[in-house]
Ligand binder design. Structure first.
Ligand code: NAD
Length: 505
């Protein structure tokens, strides 16, 4: 335990949080604007989903304070942009190092407010930091291009310029990495940012702001605002000075923000919901497939945009698969994410549990059969034990909607043509899984699936080098990889005319 060093506003800090942190200064309850920690009108309680106990309070900013954040980010932009990519990378790498040095504290803070297991949280901190390092390095290679001229006596070329102030709005299911995946790209290329984290998980976000300050990221370059989501989003989306919006969250809210951004024709990138098919090919070992499907379904308690939503199995292997899946599911232990033995933590809140129950009730009413997993009681009303629904049909909500809970729907299929039609029968298009060996079958699916990311024989697919993003109503744009800068930069073309190219110059 480190020394307790509280800010004036942190008098409401809860011992349940402070007692698990080595560095209690990571527990921040104020917003961060222009290098200062600021309080708003009132405070809102943040609870631990495992027991619904209050962890602390986050400040609700006033509209004028969101305007201040926009102005501060706008004022800080010219100087930040003027630094060399190396100079910006130095600050970003200092941030990266601090995050990794404080990995245990950040992980515990995340478990307390988000509910996921400590191992999942540790994985997220590594994953989140990996984007900072990636973009710090990649910014030095943000090349333009030259092109042979079609205009006499001219040279033609492009360069990449940071777009300006970027607003970043993020969800609660990955409270660290969804911020770093955006902020690292934006900051590295020379933008300044205003982050609005989810109200359910502000402390993981504010700890990142605390570490950004310690890393020497200048005042106004990295700002974090908390409070009423609708008011804050409206200010950010309508502000002229904000040039880009990057949102990760539900398709429903994404559409609202896209409409709001039309007023200023902002560059928008959207990482929205998913409805991933998990496809077992006829030549796949069924036990292996069932194990992978359980991993792909129940990671982050099913509250994952990449979670397998609809599991398709050849009809003649269907019974064998559902037996194997049920068997795997039995070993999952539901409990508090802080316990080392827990596989599935609580859902984020009571509403999420009600949604899970609705999916089950709706499917049972329409003819599905339920097979329950390990029912050993976990205490607390936000826990939901994993279940599998068999004989799922396309009219069921579990098939149509993003599940976002530990409910698995399994369906039989007869041939690959029908399967492709069924797998694509969704407005979403984020990720798809294919398990099998026949290269012709795999290739047919890979080309036919209308999903931005197709993972063959691997549950793990995401990471800093890959372009993460969806087709259809799963989003716009890509995050990570060398394409991650596109959302925060403009390509400027220039034509240098009137040159004496005849002499070779
Ligand atoms: P959400 O859309 O409810 O909230 C996301 C953010 O928007 C939060 O910061 C929230 O405070 C804010 N918000 C909520 N309502 C708003 C409104 N009316 N106006 C303006 N802002 C509002 O999503 P969530 O429940 O936090 O997260 C779960 C969703 O995120 C799922 O659909 C999941 O698939 C998606 N997600 C997508 C990815 C991806 O990379 N594609 C990654 C993680 C999560």
């Amino acid at each position: 335990m480190g020394a307790v060093n509280l800010h004036h506003h942190d008098s409401k800090a809860n011992n349940a949080v402070l007692s698990v942190l080595d560095d209690t200064r990571l527990f921040r309850q104020l917003a961060y604007i222009n290098g200062k920690w600021v309080a708003g009108n009132k405070d809102t309680a943040v609870v631990n989903p495992a027991d619904d106990k209050v962890l602390g309070y986050v400040t609700d900013l006033k509209k004028s304070q969101i305007d201040n954040a926009v102005n501060a980010a706008n004022r800080a932009f010219p100087a930040w942009r003027a630094l060399s990519a190396e100079q910006r990378a130095e600050r970003l790498m200092a941030w990266n190092d601090l995050i990794l040095e404080n990995k245990e504290d950040l992980s515990k803070l995340m478990v307390l407010e988000q509910g996921k297991t400590l191992n999942e949280a540790r994985g997220e901190i590594d994953y989140g930091a990996s984007f900072i390092r990636w973009f710090a390095e990649e910014a030095r290679r943000a090349y333009g291009e030259t092109m042979p001229s079609h205009i006499p006596n001219a040279q033609l070329a492009t360069l990449r310029e940071p777009i300006g102030v970027a607003a970043l709005i993020t969800p609660w299911n990955f409270p660290n990495a969804m911020i770093t995946r955006k902020a690292a790209a934006a900051l590295a290329i020379g933008c300044t940012v205003i982050v609005k984290p989810a109200n359910e998980t502000p402390f993981s976000a504010l700890a990142l702001a605390e570490l950004a300050e310690r890393a020497g990221i200048p005042a106004g370059v990295f700002n974090m605002v908390t409070g009423d989501p609708e008011m804050i989003s409206a200010v950010l989306c309508n502000a002229d000075a904000v040039k880009a919006l990057s949102f990760t969250g539900s398709t429903r809210v994404g559409k609202i923000l896209l409409e709001q951004c039309a007023s200023t024709v902002k560059k928008c990138s959207m990482e929205l919901g998913g409805n991933a098919p998990f496809i077992v090919l006829p030549d796949m070992d069924i036990k292996e497939a069932a194990k992978a499907a359980v991993d792909a379904k129940f990671q982050t308690s099913g509250q994952d945009c990449l979670a397998a939503n609809r599991i398709f199995v050849p009809r003649d292997k269907y019974a064998e698969f559902t037996d194997a899946f049920a068997n795997e599911m039995q070993s999952l232990r539901v409990g508090n994410g802080m316990n080392a033995t827990t596989d599935i933590g609580p859902l984020i809140n009571r509403k999420a549990v009600e949604k899970a129950q609705m999916l089950v009730d709706d499917a049972l009413e329409k003819g599905a059969t339920m097979i329950a997993g390990n029912q050993k009681k976990a205490s607390g009303k936000n826990f939901f034990h994993p279940v599998m629904l068999t004989n799922v049909t396309p009219d069921m909500a579990v098939y149509r909607e993003e599940n976002f809970c530990p409910v698995a729907g399994v369906l039989p299929y007869d041939n690959l043509d029908d399967l492709l039609i069924a797998a694509n029968d969704t407005e979403y298009g984020l990720a798809a899984y294919v398990y099998g060996h026949d290269i012709r079958d795999i290739w047919k699916l890979m080309r036919g699936l209308e999903f931005g990311m197709v993972s063959v024989n691997s549950v793990k697919m995401t990471g800093h080098p890959i372009p993460f993003g969806g087709m259809k109503q799963s989003g716009l744009g890509r995050e990570g990889s060398r394409h991650g800068f596109d959302e925060y930069s403009e390509i400027k073309y220039y034509c240098l005319g009137g040159l004496d190219t005849a002499s070779g110059c």
